[in-house]
Ligand binder design. Structure first.
Ligand SMILES: *Cc1c(COP(=O)(O)O)cnc(C)c1O
Length: 435
């Protein structure tokens, strides 16, 4: 299958090219040229399949012209070493828990899948079979990418982060891993880290000597696998006889997660509607109201993974709906919550129903609570474990949040980093020393 750019000014790319490039040369996002509907009997029997079986079938719909089915199955099974359970919170509201992976957030699914796909295409041949992924992080991306690529053959990962500017728990998740993961502690800001990464990609001479790639979230290999768990949620609800009039509420920042859900819908997943749940960074809600998209600077909130003022996957949503606000409105509604409202939701759901939300999932939950009708089943995506936002959640709910063992395990290990200055020469010297 080929992939086209949402800007339509770049040549179509093969899967392998799209995975290596991430962004198309015209700065558009890659989209699959076809979204095939899965056959009716897949949906009829989906409740008899396990997560691996479901995800393999979905992955084959996109990738089986480029990767043999047996290899797709292996990539899927190596990716999904954890489940995505659907938990009833109360009445007709369910939580799709996406935090059971190594870094306790949904980005584990895309990160792990992309790592394995990159290794499949590039880990074996060029440059003695070595690809170097470089990624700048202000915290969470680094941990999802580093853990996703940990131990994956043929790939080295270099994470750049600003010294002293990420939380201890985040830092431990990408500085303690060893193996094929190296953390560079940069004497500078996050913007400096991003500048260093960009300079390396633009350095022609360096790129002749080593295969560099990024692992950003717009990559098709990170984005498409997020469709898997929508199907898995449906299968679980079907087993419980609760799959009718399904509504998904998705806490949204760059809109990758919700776009993957919209693609699952196009593949035939029986859904009634979607809700894009936002914090105060609600340009999408403005778009739904006015039909005009006006990006703006982001504001800081307690649901900080959604502090995005110009969602990168908006282009994919526009592509799916032919740039028609009217068409978008038929399928997606929006909602937006202030920090105070998010805290109140966390407190209420904990007090009344004994379920602990994280600040992002709280937006998703509230979107359902505010709009669900009696004949609908609502599922919000619980995108991270509440322990990742311990202080916020504890002060809102007035209850301690236990840190899961796998998060504690990171804390025990010793941080290992290499310190560099914020000058490109220093970074380049380091990269060359690895060749
Ligand atoms: C990244 C992230 C989001 C936003 O997801 P998008 O795909 O960017 O819309 C929501 N919640 C958490 C916890 C995240 O890490």
């Amino acid at each position: 299958m080929e992939y086209f750019s949402t800007n339509h000014m770049a040549p179509h790319a093969s899967l392998a090219e799209a995975v290596k490039k991430g962004l198309a040369p015209d700065k558009g996002l890659y989209m699959p040229e076809r979204i095939d509907r899965l056959p009716d009997d897949f949906f009829r029997n989906i409740d008899s399949l396990d997560f691996h079986g479901i995800a393999t079938r979905v992955a084959c719909a996109f990738f089986d012209e480029d990767i043999p089915a047996g290899d797709i199955e292996k990539i899927v099974c190596d990716t999904l070493t954890f489940d995505t359970p659907v938990i009833n919170v109360h009445d007709n509201i369910y939580s799709l828990e996406l935090f059971h992976g190594p870094t306790l957030a949904f980005k584990d699914v895309g990160g792990r899948f992309m790592a394995r796909m990159l290794s499949y295409f590039y880990g074996k041949e060029e440059n003695g079979g070595k690809v170097t992924v470089i990624v700048a992080t202000s915290g969470d991306t680094g941990s999802a990418v580093a853990n996703g690529f940990l131990g994956v053959g043929g790939i080295d990962v270099i994470v750049l982060y600003p010294e002293g500017k990420v939380s201890m728990i985040q830092e431990k998740q990408f500085t303690t891993l060893g193996k094929n993961i190296t953390a560079l502690e940069v004497d500078g800001t996050f913007d400096d880290c991003q500048r260093l990464v960009k300079s390396a990609f633009m350095d022609k001479e360096l790129n002749r000597k080593m295969t560099l790639t990024s692992a950003n979230s717009i990559n098709v290999a990170r984005f498409l696998p997020q469709a898997f768990y929508y199907f898995n949620a449906y299968a679980q609800l079907k087993r419980a006889g609760k799959e009718k009039n399904l509504v998904f509420s998705v806490p949204s920042g760059n809109f990758g997660n919700i776009t993957a859900g919209l693609i699952a819908w196009r593949m035939g997943l029986p859904v009634r509607r979607f809700i894009a749940a936002n914090n105060r960074n609600d340009v999408f809600l403005d778009y739904l109201r006015t039909g005009i998209y006006t990006p703006r600077a982001s504001v800081q909130t307690i649901a900080n993974a959604m502090d995005v003022g110009d969602p990168s996957n908006f282009a994919r949503v526009m592509d799916l709906y032919g740039n028609s606000a009217e068409a978008v409105r038929k399928d997606i509604t929006g909602c937006s919550y202030t920090d105070d409202e998010i805290r109140k939701t966390i407190a209420t759901v904990h007090d009344k129903y004994g379920y602990m939300l994280d600040p992002h999932g709280a937006c998703g939950y509230q979107g359902l609570a505010d709009s669900l009708s009696a004949d609908e089943t609502g599922v919000f995506l619980e995108t991270a474990h509440p322990a990742k936002f311990k202080e916020t959640v504890e002060s809102a709910a007035g209850q301690e949040v236990k840190i899961p063992q796998r998060l504690m395990d990171f804390m025990k290990n010793e941080k290992k980093t290499i310190r560099i200055s914020s000058s490109y020469d220093n970074f380049r010297e380091y990269l060359e020393s690895r060749i």
